[in-house]
Ligand binder design. Structure first.
Ligand code: TYD
Length: 209
């Protein structure tokens, strides 16, 4: 992909609305890369560090002011970059993050309506020079995502939101995919797991080469 972080490792983020299926595929990507001799670090946001996991617990279960929510997402991210992402990339590892800054634009921006300029200011503060080398955006229609969520788990604060919230999140994700076509690859996640894996192997094969 076109981003060139000035470090030896590679950074891949996984995105999509809740229920889109990204979690199903992260393990496959980790195994694929390991089979090609890469050292993989798999992590997540919010979370991924001791402080970040405490913030995740607050973020997923407590109601709070929208700006507090955005600031805590970026606080978790700052810690994640400092403790996990930057050191991993400096070692030459492949860092996989279950969500990164696109999620803040999609959820706090698209879903909740926070001014995009504020999110851009936070992004420029917290990681002015770091972007994923590749972002895999798992995309499905809302009804498919909702059916998957209802079938699999107890819902957290975000997952309890209504269809118009997820529709706005999905639209913002797709808008960003159009804005950053060299970084964000949209994965049609309505297909079978096998078909999606084949597509992922093709995309990753280019990055590994
Ligand atoms: P998710 O990644 O879906 O984890 P799980 O599969 O364990 O439920 O949950 C994280 C939630 O946090 C998800 O609903 C999206 C939300 N989120 C934001 O609203 N903004 C952000 O910046 C990030 C990273 C996540």
């Amino acid at each position: 992909m076109t981003q060139s972080n000035a470090v030896p490792g590679k950074f891949i983020s996984f995105e999509g609305i809740d229920g889109a299926g990204k979690s199903t595929h992260i393990g496959f990507v980790a195994e694929f890369l390991a089979s090609r001799g890469k050292t993989v670090v798999a992590s997540r946001e919010p979370g991924g560090t001791g402080v970040g996991e405490k913030l995740r617990d607050l973020l997923l279960h407590e109601q709070m002011d929208l700006e507090t929510e955005a600031l805590l997402m970026f606080a978790s991210r700052r810690e994640h970059i400092a403790q996990v992402i930057a050191p991993g990339l400096a070692r030459g590892d492949w860092v996989l993050s279950d969500r990164f800054t696109d999620a803040s634009f999609a959820y706090q921006g698209g879903g909740r309506g926070l001014d995009r300029a504020k999110l851009e200011a936070l992004e420029n503060w917290v990681h002015p020079h770091l972007q994923p080398d590749l972002t895999l955006l798992f995309d499905v229609p809302l009804d498919v995502a909702r059916a998957r969520l209802d079938a699999t788990r107890t819902l957290d604060k975000f997952e309890q939101e209504q269809a118009d919230f997820f529709s706005a999140c999905r639209n913002e994700y797709l808008r960003r995919a159009a804005q950053f076509p060299d970084r964000i690859v949209v994965v049609d996640s309505t297909r079978s797991i096998e078909e999606t894996r084949a597509f992922l192997a093709e995309v990753l094969g280019k990055l590994v080469a």
